[in-house]
Design a binder for this molecule. Structure first.
Ligand code: SF4
Length: 280
C-alpha cells in the first residue's frame, strides 16, 4: 500500500501563529482563551495542560487577566468589553479574517447591505457580522438565496474557509436579484491551497483519510470535497480511530489534514498506516 500525504496539509499560517503565541504566553503565566483556540480538541487539551484555559464568556474573568482572542476574531463589542474590564488582550485574529472584517465595515460605510457567505453558527462569521451593520445577512448556500429578502445594493464577503464553488454559486444567484453588487473574495489562500491539493490527491488514490477536529469547518469541508470526488473517505481526529478494514484492499491511501490539525497528530497517523503496511 502506497501512502501519500497531500502537498498542503495541516497548520496554516494563522493557526501556527496563534498556537506559537499562545504557548509563549502560557510560559509567562496563566492565560484564558475566549472559546477553544483552534478547532482541534487534542491540541486545546495540550494547551490547557500548559496553563491556557478555555472560557466561554468574559464574565468569568477579572481585571488584569490575560485573554486570548483566537484566529476567528470577535465582534468589536467584545473587544470593547474586554478593554472596559481591564483585561490584558492578546489579539490573535488571523490577518486574513481581519481583512474580511475590514471589507465588511467598508461595504457597510458605502451603504451596501452586507452578505456574508458562510456558516451562520461559525465564530468567524459572527466576528465579521459584528463589523457589517444591523441589516447584514449570512447566506450559507446558493439555494438559500431564493428564500431571503435582500436590498438592491449588496456587498459580499466570504468566510475565509469557504469552498470557492459555494461562494461563486451564491454570488451568481445574488447577481440575478440585485441592482448593484460589490464583491470581495475573502477566501484565504491557505484554505484554497488545502482544498486544491486535497482534490488533486483524492483524484489519484483509492481511499482518503482526512485528519482533524470534527468541529473544524475547514476539515469537514475537505471531507466533503473528497466525497464529491467519489472517493471512499474517512474523517478521524486521531490515529487510534484507524481501522485495518479501511485500507486492507487499497493500493494507494491519501492523507490530508485541516488547517487546525497539528503535525504531531498527522505524524501519528502516518506511523499507524505504515504499521498497517508492515503488519505490525
Ligand atoms: S485558514 Fe486562513 S484565515 Fe483561517 S486562520 Fe488559517 S490562514 Fe487564517
Amino acid at each position: 500500500m502506497k501512502i501519500i500525504l497531500a502537498e498542503k496539509a495541516g497548520f496554516c499560517f494563522g493557526v501556527k501563529r496563534a498556537i506559537e503565541t499562545a504557548f509563549k504566553a502560557a510560559s509567562k503565566g496563566r492565560g484564558y482563551c475566549l472559546g477553544p483556540l483552534i478547532h482541534n480538541p487534542q491540541e486545546v487539551d495540550r494547551l490547557r495542560r500548559e496553563g491556557v484555559e478555555t472560557v466561554e464568556s468574559l464574565d468569568v474573568l477579572s481585571t488584569g487577566d490575560a485573554v486570548i482572542i483566537r484566529s476567528h476574531g470577535v465582534p468589536p463589542s467584545v473587544l470593547a468589553r474586554a478593554r472596559d474590564k481591564g483585561l490584558t488582550i492578546i489579539d490573535l485574529t488571523c490577518p486574513f479574517v481581519g481583512k474580511a472584517q475590514r471589507h465588511a465595515a467598508l461595504l457597510r460605510e458605502e451603504g451596501y447591505q452586507v452578505v456574508v457567505v458562510g456558516e451562520k453558527k461559525h465564530p468567524e462569521v459572527h466576528s465579521i457580522l459584528g463589523h457589517a451593520g444591523p441589516d447584514a445577512l449570512v447566506v450559507e448556500t446558493p439555494e438559500a438565496v431564493a428564500g431571503t429578502q435582500f436590498q438592491q445594493r449588496i456587498g459580499v464577503v466570504a468566510q475565509t474557509t469557504q469552498a470557492y464553488s459555494n461562494f461563486s454559486g451564491v454570488v451568481l444567484k445574488l447577481l440575478e436579484l440585485s441592482k448593484e453588487l460589490k464583491i470581495f473574495n475573502t477566501i484565504c489562500t491557505s484554505t484554497a491551497e488545502r482544498q486544491e491539493s486535497t482534490q488533486t490527491l483524492a483524484g489519484k488514490v483509492d481511499v482518503m483519510i482526512v485528519v482533524g477536529g470534527r468541529n473544524s469547518a475547514n476539515t469537514t469541508r475537505l471531507v466533503s470535497l473528497c466525497r464529491e470526488e467519489g472517493k471512499q473517505t474517512y474523517h478521524i481526529e486521531t490515529a487510534d480511530e484507524i481501522q485495518s478494514d479501511w485500507v486492507k484492499d487499497a493500493g494507494t491511501v491519501g492523507i490530508t489534514a485541516g488547517a487546525s490539525t497539528p503535525d504531531w497528530i498527522i505524524d501519528d497517523v502516518l506511523r499507524r498506516l505504515q504499521a498497517e503496511n508492515t503488519g505490525q
